[in-house]
Design a protein around this ligand. Structure first.
Ligand code: AHM
Ligand code: MG
Length: 335
């Protein structure tokens, strides 16, 4: 069996684009490095109360940080020092992180959710890092918000890392979706899932059904439809919901399924709103889904076509097997 590390895979991909400077490959490699460091900390998360809490010093003399803060600072640190990035937008920061004038500026803008689902971490539930990379479009030497506020269809790369029973990195650059599993004994991500395609038929649905009464009629009818008994099809579908987007999406990507976080009236009765963020969650997940043969929508618009208006914009997200997501759109149209 031929073993391929993520570094070899990135270099192979780079060779397909003669003239590529290697800057992009270096950026992906930096993200993989950060992922390995975050994985190590996440695995020790249960010890936080024993080794010290956020503002305490642990037995190694290090300040123990909350895991999401740690992941954010680590990624920013690695990315700003790498010389490949012009701006970083993070779910943890209100504004973009500019590159300090002492460091080189690169031609890529990174948007990220450093540790998605971190509210689950206390219960040992898998969490993830989501990232999205755009090419710099602004004219200035340094990056600006404009470089991050680009449509999902313009992404150069999107990926996630899942810190689960093993750590996996899954990414796409627009030429298929590839997954790597971390071998902790040697500290390398090894290619384990080449060219991932969402399998048919779609058998799983994932949604926080506790919000049912806050949904619109189309969404209610669609979820009811999934639960109907129909011997001629696979219905009723199996419900699987972890409440950690990367984990829910990853399982559906490998087994076939639809994930829904529709707009709801939970916060505001007059204005339905999605929960998930366009730049940090929905757009990168949508790019991966489409590259794996799936589809992602708000219900009325393809996620990858949305022009972002601001960094922390929230959108409804329905993603998974294409025929199933299109069926959801149809239910919404009919209301
Ligand atoms: P977070 O960015 O604050 O971690 O919230 C995002 C998470 C997703 O991982 C998950 O899909 C969703 O929130 C779950 O929300 P809910 O608890 O409302 O079902
Ligand atoms: Mg999040």
């Amino acid at each position: 069996m031929k073993i391929k590390t993520i570094e070899q895979h990135i270099l192979d991909q780079q060779r397909k684009f003669p003239g590529a400077s290697g800057e992009f490959s270096g950026l992906l490699y930096d993200i993989a490095l950060a992922a390995k460091m975050i994985a190590k900390q996440v695995n020790r998360a249960g010890l936080a109360n024993i080794l010290g809490s956020t503002d305490e010093i642990n037995i190694q003399g290090e300040v123990v940080q909350k895991m999401d803060k740690y992941a954010n600072e680590l990624l920013i640190n690695i990315l700003t020092h790498g010389g490949k990035v012009c701006a970083i937008a993070s779910e943890e920061n209100e504004n973009i992180v500019e590159i300090h004038e002492d460091y080189l500026v690169g031609k890529y803008a990174v948007s990220m959710d450093p540790l998605d689902g971190s509210s689950n971490i206390g219960a040992n539930v898998s969490v993830g890092t989501i990232f999205s990379i755009h090419r710099k479009v602004g004219k200035g030497y340094r990056g600006s918000e404009e470089d991050c506020l680009q449509k999902g269809s313009h992404q150069a790369c999107a990926g996630y890392v899942i810190y689960g029973s093993s750590t996996m990195l899954v990414y796409t650059t627009g030429t298929g979706v590839h997954g790597f599993t971390l071998d902790p004994s040697v500290g390398e991500f090894i290619l384990s899932h080449e060219n991932i395609h969402i399998p048919e038929p779609c058998k799983i649905y994932s949604v926080n059904e506790g919000n049912y009464n806050y949904w619109n009629e189309g969404t209610k009818k669609y979820v009811n439809y999934l639960k109907e008994v129909d011997k001629a099809s696979v219905r009723p579908y199996t419900l699987r919901y972890i409440g950690s987007l990367v984990s829910d999406f990853h399982r559906n990507l490998l087994y076939g399924g639809i994930f829904l976080y529709p707009a709801d009236h939970k916060k505001d009765l007059s204005k339905p709103e999605g929960k998930l963020r366009l730049l940090f969650e929905a757009a990168p997940i949508a790019f991966i889904a489409e590259q794996a043969g799936g589809y992602a929508t708000t219900g009325t618009q393809r996620i990858l076509d949305i022009e972002p208006e601001h960094l922390h914009q929230r959108v409804p997200l329905v993603v998974g097997n294409k025929t199933e997501v299109l069926r959801y759109e149809d239910f919404l149209r009919r209301g």
